[in-house]
Ligand binder design. Structure first.
Ligand SMILES: [Zn+2]
Ligand SMILES: [Zn+2]
Ligand SMILES: [Zn+2]
Length: 175
């Protein structure tokens, strides 16, 4: 059966705090370090769209202060664990070897699809700065963890009162 890929996904730059390995992973999936099999720690994220749902945006410089350069295109594979009692599957960044997080078996890479970096920028709900790299909050209220370079607000999780309060404070500061 062919895997149905999502229209958009987030790629996270992740680091292994155990062996200092770093790699790009699909955000939201728990993934383990290929080198030492410990869990990876997610840092910055960027939004990607599948080829078919590519959004026409102007290419821009997305280099962060941490000097992380996200690839313009990235191949995502559907990885499947053939181990009889496992049968776990998930979308992963295509690489030579993918280890199943449940049974440590090597997974089979079934379908593949190319995703393209989304250069769209987003507006800050506090100060209206229009250059955020990520939508501030996802539907479940979880934030992007991005900090607005203008008003310094960090989008951790959605809290209406907190946002209102900070917005008032920002307004007063600007008067
Ligand atoms: Zn490691
Ligand atoms: Zn497995
Ligand atoms: Zn802001």
């Amino acid at each position: 059966m062919k895997h149905t890929f999502s229209q958009e996904l987030y790629i996270a730059y992740s680091i292994c705090q155990n062996c200092n390995n770093n790699e790009f992973i699909v955000s939201g999936q728990t993934q383990i370090c290929n080198d030492c099999r410990k869990h990876l720690f997610r840092t910055l994220e960027r939004k990607y769209n599948s080829e078919k749902f590519k959004i026409e945006t102007i290419e821009q410089n997305f280099i962060d202060k941490n000097k992380i350069i996200f690839p313009k295109t990235i191949t995502i594979a559907y990885a499947y664990c053939n181990s009889i009692d496992c049968n776990y599957g998930e979308e992963v960044v295509d690489k030579e070897k993918v280890i199943c997080q449940h049974c440590m078996n090597e997974m089979e890479l079934r379908d593949k699809l190319t995703y393209i970096l989304n250069y769209e920028t987003f507006q800050c709900p506090i100060c209206a700065y229009n250059g955020l790299y990520l939508p501030t909050f996802k539907e479940n209220g979880i934030g992007s963890y991005e900090t607005c370079p203008n008003c310094k607000f960090q989008f951790t999780y959605y809290d209406e009162r907190e946002i209102k309060k900070y917005k008032e404070k920002w307004k007063r500061l600007k008067q």
